[in-house]
Design a protein around this ligand. Structure first.
Ligand code: A2P
Length: 265
């Protein structure tokens, strides 16, 4: 790592320390990073993170995967072989320095949704990251009676992070009791045999999702949703929600669902 004393860090970031790194698969990894006491965010938001490359900062948006009450910050990332940042970020180790933006923001926040009874969190790939934050925030269960996380990946191995996250919720001292009987996890895989197979959009269209969960089709009176994945996945899922009468919301005008692109480079 370069000598940070001699490099000028941009004013928009702070210099933090990587506390731990976990490699979930050959293509997916997680970082835990020190959190400056001044950094405030709402569960589900994203922030810029990055590295100094030579004398220049290289920063990308990343969803914060830890809840807003946590003392450190978690990030979940894909490794792209020739990706400008992830090709470097995947090699960081505990103790290394990392750049962290000072201004988290985003639309996958509870404030951007109208009150409802059931919250769907639709994710593909690393799009699960903001939901890892929201699923560990007590406010999510204060606002919704039922929470459903769907996570679709190409291959079953890519579900490991989500499996670990969801299986740890019940034993969590802060939210374990809140989660009991109110949370459903719905993993699906698209490119190999799996007990639940197919794109989430197909499973919505055929009604398989609702049959498997034991719930009625989307109802704008009670259902709310957040979507995070690729642009195509967002568009197709959003179309289905809109066909059911749900309308998109934002921080300025809360609605029935909100969307955000999963960040990767
Ligand atoms: P598929 O394997 O059929 O392309 P990616 O890694 O390309 O972002 O994809 C992650 C997951 O999202 C894959 O399982 C992929 O399915 C699925 N996916 C890709 N595009 C869409 C879409 N338009 N609607 C729903 N799911 C999608």
């Amino acid at each position: 790592m370069a000598d940070t004393q001699t490099i000028s860090i941009p004013k928009s970031v702070t210099l933090e320390t990587v506390q731990s790194v976990k490699h979930w698969t050959n293509t997916l990894f997680e970082l835990r990073v020190s959190r400056p006491p001044t950094l405030r965010f709402r569960s589900g938001e994203f922030v810029m993170i990055g590295l100094m490359v030579g004398e220049k900062p290289l920063l990308r948006a990343y969803s914060i995967a830890s809840p807003s009450w946590d003392e450190a910050l978690d990030f979940y990332s894909i490794k792209v072989e020739d990706g400008p940042l992830t090709s470097r970020l995947q090699h960081v180790e505990a103790g290394d320095a990392i750049l962290l933006g000072k201004k988290p923001t985003g639309t996958l926040v509870l404030d951007a949704l109208k009150p409802g009874k059931r919250l769907y969190l639709f994710s593909t790939g690393t799009g699960i990251a903001p939901f890892a934050s929201l699923l560990r925030d007590p406010e999510t269960y204060e606002k919704f009676e039922a929470v459903i996380l769907t996570h679709t990946c190409r291959y079953a191995t890519e579900l490991a992070y989500g499996r670990h996250l969801t299986s740890s919720l019940h034993g969590d001292p802060l939210i374990g009791e809140l989660v009991a009987g109110r949370f459903q996890y719905y993993p699906t895989v698209t490119r190999e045999a799996f007990f639940c197979q197919g794109r989430i959009t197909t499973l919505i269209e055929t009604g398989q999702l609702f049959r498997d969960l034991g719930v009625d089709r989307f109802d704008p009176a009670i259902d709310r949703a957040m979507i995070c994945g690729s642009l195509d996945m967002i568009k197709d899922t959003k179309d289905l929600l809109e066909q059911s009468g749900l309308t998109e919301g934002s921080n300025a005008a809360p609605g029935d669902f909100v969307v955000e692109k999963a960040f990767a480079s």
